[in-house]
Design a protein around this ligand. Structure first.
Ligand SMILES: Nc1ncnc2c1ncn2[C@@H]1O[C@H](COP(=O)(O)OP(=O)(O)O)[C@@H](O)[C@H]1O
Ligand SMILES: Cc1cn([C@H]2C[C@H](O)[C@@H](COP(=O)(O)O)O2)c(=O)[nH]c1=O
Length: 220
């Protein structure tokens, strides 16, 4: 039975790498996939992973219709055995509906990859629709870590090194970027407290932070 699967996680947890692995393993067995992406950091029409692998993809822009594109491709005698859609958080809800129709009416597996929530910890509309429609939601096994060592579950945006909670939902960027706009993955506790690795380091070094004395009753 073909499925719509949503592989989700924070930034930098290996989603694009897994997309490339699924593509590799299936094409090694003679299957032919159609790869789509939107706004990959490597540029239009690319699906790239931080491990250095990159492959060509169809750029699914705003008005792109996945169902119509695939019907057209197949009716011209083209082949497609499965579909991969990376950076699926950027897709419009209607485009996710099209992907579900690809599964149900064209009987193709669709593997979608994306982050669930934005820098404000709000759902991206595309991810919300995926959670609503997917046959399965898979959280990636390789966990990205917060600076404190806990599992990172949230994405923070920094502007000039400072965590922000206001701004446009979509700003293409990277972790460890050192650019004006960057991203950092954090656990919920530190996302709530707006404590990035840099602010935690600064607080630890600050002379304003006094060493904490244990309560009198516990002193030996
Ligand atoms: N130099 C490296 N050596 C080993 N693994 C790396 C290296 N750089 C990145 N990675 C792995 O790649 C992951 C990021 O993969 P990527 O597919 O780009 O993530 P995503 O698409 O989820 O943002 C990191 O979590 C890490 O496990
Ligand atoms: C949190 C957040 C992220 N983005 C952008 C930044 C990157 O370009 C992608 C995520 O890519 P990855 O392969 O999962 O690392 O999304 C954004 O536009 N808005 C956000 O809030």
């Amino acid at each position: 039975m073909p499925e719509l699967v949503f592989f989700s996680g924070t930034m930098d947890c290996g989603k694009s790498t897994l997309a490339l692995q699924i593509e590799h393993n299936r094409s090694a067995r003679g299957l032919q996939g159609m790869i789509f992406t939107r706004n990959d950091r490597a540029g239009a029409g690319k699906l790239s992973s931080r491990l250095g692998l990159v492959t060509e993809a169809v750029e699914a822009a705003e008005e792109f219709d996945f169902y119509a594109y695939l019907v057209d491709h197949l009716s011209r005698g083209g082949r497609c055995d499965y579909v991969i859609a990376d950076e699926a958080q950027f897709l419009a809800p209607e485009q996710i509906d099209q992907l579900a129709r690809v599964v149900d009416d064209l009987e193709l597996d669709v593997f979608a990859f994306g982050i669930t929530t934005d820098f404000r910890s709000k759902l991206f509309p595309g991810s919300q629709r995926l959670v609503e429609l997917a046959d399965r939601v898979e959280v990636l096994q390789v966990e990205a870590l917060c600076w404190c060592g806990a599992r990172a579950t949230h994405n923070a945006r920094t502007v000039g090194g400072v965590m922000v909670v206001e701004g446009a939902q979509v700003v293409v960027g990277d972790v460890n970027a050192g650019n004006e706009v960057g991203y950092e993955v954090l656990c919920r506790r530190h996302h709530r407290r707006r404590m990035t690795a840099a602010t935690a380091r600064a607080a630890a070094l600050s002379p304003d932070v006094l060493p904490v004395e244990p309560p009198v009753s516990t002193r030996s």
